[in-house]
Design a protein. Structure first.
Ligand SMILES: Cc1cc2nc3c(=O)[nH]c(=O)nc-3n(C[C@H](O)[C@H](O)[C@H](O)COP(=O)(O)OP(=O)(O)OC[C@H]3O[C@@H](n4cnc5c(N)ncnc54)[C@H](O)[C@@H]3O)c2cc1C
Length: 540
């Protein structure tokens, strides 16, 4: 029998991110991963801006930028009938090297295939002495005993049964989560958007063997509509084909991967080797609850979504960042159990919203109006190709260009944030307007010393003061009284002051605004009570 404050089940991106977040905060944890940490078949490849912001906080952004992806490879999107077939349209996007961070963030997104991304996260987690990361350990069952959880797992190498007692357990065990099943929590939403198939291939020198130019993704349209795509994996020889499929399960016995790859290439002259093929189900599902007692769900265990938009893993990493500071608060004695209830209240609506936006992207991709003449020779074929290309470029925009969703998700109704009476701004997927309205990610701006405002946030609360004469001691005293970590930061910069719009802004450890005003409330201790979760009433 061993003891650990937090037991994380699953060492994929969500589990590793939570281990890093806890390690970074000095909270000991144990990760159980049934595999050996290697990824044979990369699914994810796009690391969106919010995940890169967390990576910057953890000090590992450069590891992801320098993961080995060919950063000179251009990340355009090409719509075509096949690699050797007709070009229908293209969206121009720069390479990772040529890309600049958007003005609203200190970081830019990056391509990093999962076979490199998972090990980067796992290595970062292992660098904390407080993180015990166990391979070949499979959770078999658990029992929530009210004041602790008792987990039973199997060391699959030795056959030994290991029992672990923990304060809190987090199921980061993926879409087929056994933790979720044992808790009896249902997934709500759409269980099938399509039955899809991935084919992971090696095609040496492919980029030089066609006339479509470099692209992150080639989307194939044929008479009948969009049917497959080819996605860059390492920017060199590795690629992934995804067959979009439909709501009918594929007959895997009749499935001929070689023939599918040839159809995508549109020629027999391109050589390739099939590394692996896996069937998967595209869904839009959110767990009915993210918490039951002392057990939580995060990542794909809590929500699954169409990969159109590249939001799946990033949504799980954001779960980890939200839950991490709350577990830290409660284990260090300054948070209340209400903080843990607020995890579901904050994260569940965001997961459902991002899953819905991803499903919308999928519908947009597959809603080609009429592509029956797309292969025809002559003016009617040309007109069809033009119409399909124009439609795809319009329809695909939110898939490639979603900063409003990546950085603009907000905890508007959080019981940990105090509304300031300003109207709720619309959430525009494409266009991200930074706001310091409570419930929002605190805006990025560059400080005189070269840091981002985001670099100010992290281990505790940050009270930003834009006018040094405004009294703040009652809030600082109230925080001290409850052992709530709070740092006062004076900022004498008019541009940043106008971006934050109030003289005082209280930012949570996860970089979200909890409260703002031009002066402290008369009852400063009650503000501290709110942000440490004392007034949260569970809905579960
Ligand atoms: C084709 C495709 C492309 C995608 N592209 C992107 C993208 O570009 N960007 C993006 O953000 N997302 C993308 N996604 C989504 C992304 O892959 C997932 O959201 C992400 O992998 C989920 O991470 P996770 O850690 O929650 O779960 P997983 O990656 O599934 O990891 C779960 C881990 O738990 C372990 N485990 C399970 N049960 C147990 C047990 N009982 N005991 C111990 N260990 C256990 C498993 O071995 C596994 O390692 C894509 C998905 C698909 C299908």
């Amino acid at each position: 029998m061993t003891d650990t404050p937090v037991l994380i089940v699953g060492g994929g991106p969500a589990g590793s991110a939570l281990a890093i977040e806890l390690g970074w905060r000095g909270v000991p944890c144990t990760v159980l991963e049934q595999g050996d940490g290697t990824v044979d078949h990369p699914r994810l490849g796009i690391i969106l801006s919010r995940t890169m912001e967390f990576a910057r906080r953890w000090g590992i952004a450069d590891r992801i930028y320098n993961c080995g992806f060919n950063n000179d490879y251009e990340l355009n999107v090409v719509y075509c009938t096949s690699m050797a077939g007709h070009l229908l349209g293209r969206d121009e996007n720069p390479s990772c090297n040529a890309m600049q961070p958007p003005p609203q963030s200190p970081v830019k997104r990056q391509r990093c295939p999962q076979m490199w991304f998972n090990p980067i996260l796992e290595k970062a987690a292992r660098e904390y002495d407080t993180v015990d990361f166990k391979h070949f350990h499979r959770l078999e069952s658990f029992e929530d005993r009210g004041d602790h959880v008792l987990a039973t797992c199997l060391n699959t190498q030795t056959g030994e049964t290991v029992r672990i007692r923990t304060q809190y357990m987090v199921g980061c065990d993926g879409a087929a989560s056994g933790v979720r099943s044992q808790l009896g929590i249902d997934m709500l939403g759409k269980p099938v958007l399509s039955y899809s198939m991935n084919i992971f291939i090696r095609a040496p020198g492919l980029a030089a063997l066609h006339d479509k130019g470099e692209a992150e993704r080639y989307i194939f349209v044929r008479p009948g509509g969009t049917w497959a795509n080819l996605t860059v994996v390492d920017g060199r020889d590795l690629w992934r084909i995804t067959i979009i499929g439909n709501e009918t399960m594929m007959n895997l016995e009749e499935f001929d991967a070689q023939s599918v790859v040839r159809q995508c290439m549109g020629t027999d002259d391109i050589e390739f080797e099939i590394i692996s093929s896996i069937p998967w189900r595209r869904t839009e599902l959110t767990a009915e609850h993210f918490r039951k007692g002392r057990v939580f769900l995060a990542g794909d265990a809590a929500h699954t979504m169409s990969p159109t938009g590249g939001h799946g893993m990033s949504t799980g990493v954001a779960d980890a960042a939200d839950l991490g500071w709350k577990l830290d608060a409660i284990l260090n004695g300054w948070g209340t159990d209400g903080l843990l209830d607020a995890y579901e209240i904050e994260r569940r609506p965001i997961a459902a919203m991002v899953a819905a936006a991803s499903a919308e992207n999928f519908r947009a991709w597959t809603s080609v109006p009429d592509s029956d003449r797309v292969l025809d020779v002559g003016p009617e074929g040309d007109a069809c190709r033009r119409a399909v290309g124009e439609h795809m470029k319009r329809a695909g925009r939110a898939d490639w260009d979603s900063l409003g969703l990546q950085l603009g998700y907000r905890y508007d109704d959080s019981p940990l944030c105090v509304a300031d009476g300003t109207p709720v701004p619309p959430l525009d997927v494409l266009d991200y307007q930074q706001t310091a309205r409570p419930g929002s990610r605190a805006p990025h701006a560059w400080l005189e010393d070269g840091r981002s405002t985001l670099d100010l946030f992290g281990r505790g609360f940050t009270l930003m003061r834009f006018c040094s004469t405004v009294p703040v001691s009652p809030l600082i005293d109230a925080a001290q009284e409850q052992n709530v970590p709070l740092t006062l930061v004076d900022i004498a910069n008019e541009d940043i002051a106008s971006l934050y719009e109030r003289k005082l802004v209280l930012v949570r450890p996860d970089g979200f605004v909890a409260w703002r005003d031009d002066a402290l409330p008369t009852d400063a201790p009650s503000l501290i009570e709110i942000v440490r979760g004392a007034h949260v009433h569970a809905t579960a």
